[in-house]
Design a protein around this ligand. Structure first.
Ligand SMILES: [Zn+2]
Length: 196
């Protein structure tokens, strides 16, 4: 199984940081993408970083890269995770919202929904619920291009809030990054066990 990892924004994407600038979404996502890559490889999977660049790659290009791999290896032999951090505001201030969520496109396949549900359940078990209310289906839907425009199972994870001080402290710690990489790997392994 090809594990396609999208680390979201680039260093030149405006905003996307904690109010104290200590946490930057592009840098965090690259660190966790690397941890997930290493874990997936050690587990015998075939990880691919679809955006190794540090600059922002357009969503159109990211979808093109994913779909090219889907065409080459078969969409059923690929899955996509897009790593992100959530934000409650865009005002450069701290907010109270905390916790993990996983998202699929409005036109998502059953496989995408399954992967999103496993991610949220594993995040919940790892204590990452925060103060969110968890929907019964364990995923949320939105019009995210990276999920909508790709052919394989595709989930975007919002890994806690970059404008909440407790979440930021956890996200900046080695423990936090490892925990979130572990949540993703455990979910991917469960997904593969169910669909194969
Ligand atoms: Zn993001």
């Amino acid at each position: 199984m090809k594990i396609l990892i999208d680390n979201g924004h680039g260093a030149n994407t405006p905003g996307k940081c904690s109010p104290d600038f200590k946490l930057r979404e592009y840098a965090w996502a690259r660190q966790v993408a690397k941890l997930l890559y290493q874990r997936a490889e050690a587990a015998g999977l075939e990880p691919v970083l679809i955006t190794p660049e540090y600059t922002d790659i357009s969503l159109r290009e990211r979808c093109r890269r994913v779909n090219e791999l889907c065409d080459r290896y078969g969409a059923d032999n690929c899955l996509l995770i897009s790593l992100h951090l959530n934000a409650a505001g865009a005002d450069g201030k701290w907010h109270t919202s905390r916790g993990f969520s996983s998202w699929v496109a409005r036109n998502a396949s059953a496989k995408s929904k399954l992967l999103a549900r496993l991610l949220w359940e594993n995040a919940d078990m790892a204590g990452l619920r925060g103060n969110r209310s968890v929907p019964p289906e364990h995923y949320l839907t939105a019009n995210f291009a990276i999920c909508r425009g790709t052919k394989c199972a595709a989930v975007l994870t919002e890994n806690l809030f970059q404008d909440n001080p407790e979440d930021v402290a956890f996200l900046l710690s080695d423990e936090g990054k490892e925990c979130i990489a572990d949540v993703h790997l455990a979910s991917i392994l469960s997904y593969i066990n169910i669909v194969k």
